[in-house]
Design a protein around this ligand. Sequence first.
Ligand code: ZN
Ligand code: ZN
Length: 439
Amino acid sequence: MTKRSIAVPAFILAVLVFISLLPAATSPSTPLEKKVKAMTDKLTPELIAIRDDIHCHPELGLDLPRTSAIVADYFRKLGLEVRTGYAKSGVLGILKGGKPGPVTAMRGDMDALPITEETDLPFASKDKAIVEGRETGVMHACGHDIHTTMLLGVAAVLASVKADIPGTIVFVAQPGEECCGGASLMIEDGAFRDIVPSAFFAYHVDDTLKAGKVGYTSGFMTANVDGFTLEIKSEGCHGASPWSCVDPIVVGAQVVTALQTIVSREINVQNNTVITVGSFHSGTAPNIIPRSAKLEATVRNYGEDQRQILKDKISRLVKGICEAAGAPFDLAYEFGTPSVYNDPALVRDALATAEHVLGSKTALVEQKPEMGGEDFSFFGTIAPAVMLNLGVVPPDREATAVHSPTFMADEAGIPIGVNLMADIILDHQVKAAKTKTAK
Ligand SMILES: [Zn+2]
Ligand SMILES: [Zn+2]
């Protein structure tokens, strides 16, 4: 008896210590936050089932008939106004709150990748598609199944408290993030022509953070994804008489080498920049000087000023080298996806909400900008925007990389992400509505 009465408190103590070491659970404090938490808890099994289903049936690019139908049906059942057909499969779900306030948007991307899944998940994708003439597996290897699910989850949670929401929330389900500029196409197709958000929020899953952690970057988060194609031309001649024509391979090699000096000698070291010539094709035989050499490069940096500076420097260098060699050339330079810029004021507000919702400062992880790209940036051209990173590394497993066939995301991240984003949007609406009234 005595032994037992000592053992029980020790056991309880051990459990409490264990619980305190678990990833941050959400901890509501206001009555509205309590409602949000209760609704999130209630919805979690349904959301996990939706995620498993979307994961099992991934779709590629802009053509996502199954996924976009699931999203549109779900929004309709919630009583949202549903608009479809932007960028082929894009869907808007519009939730009108019960009080006056601003329009704010949350974005979730829906497309998968042409990768054959190699996980042992019971709902692993077995689907196949033909991409560029070759059969490939299709897999949600970038976590967009989780993004779509969280978009539905936040819509459901906020719909359940809509009387308390100032303003309007637009839920944006986007196709074609991985391949096809889906975000800019949705804008071109008029998704925000008559309903213009004053802020955009989004998540991306993070393959370096454990479930329960949330990563953030204030300012630039991802890079401009620019690039160029360069064709160096020649009349072509015999390899034994190279004085008879321009050798486009030699000229191309000089261009590749000289490009490295732009990054190392001409760009301030503080301005992260990458120039990678990833493709160089020329020639058919050792004794023929070919008629052309074709180079393709990706150019990464942050911000509008920097991308123009890089374009000017690369164009100058290519022109100088080709002209010095007497080689005609075609340079096609392309500005692709711009950098994601996380608005510092929106980040500060989101962190304030996150700190008390997650109940622990340690759940928040400040991160450095990446050189990868993300087309959420196009929404940032409409209004200030924030993309947070949601930890999805399972507690008992090694991290697996996004875009790999073994990528696995822990579903424990879904309710944490839904609960947090619902509170971030609610706090934003309340604050923005008050600021508007004060003006
Ligand atoms: Zn991706
Ligand atoms: Zn992605």
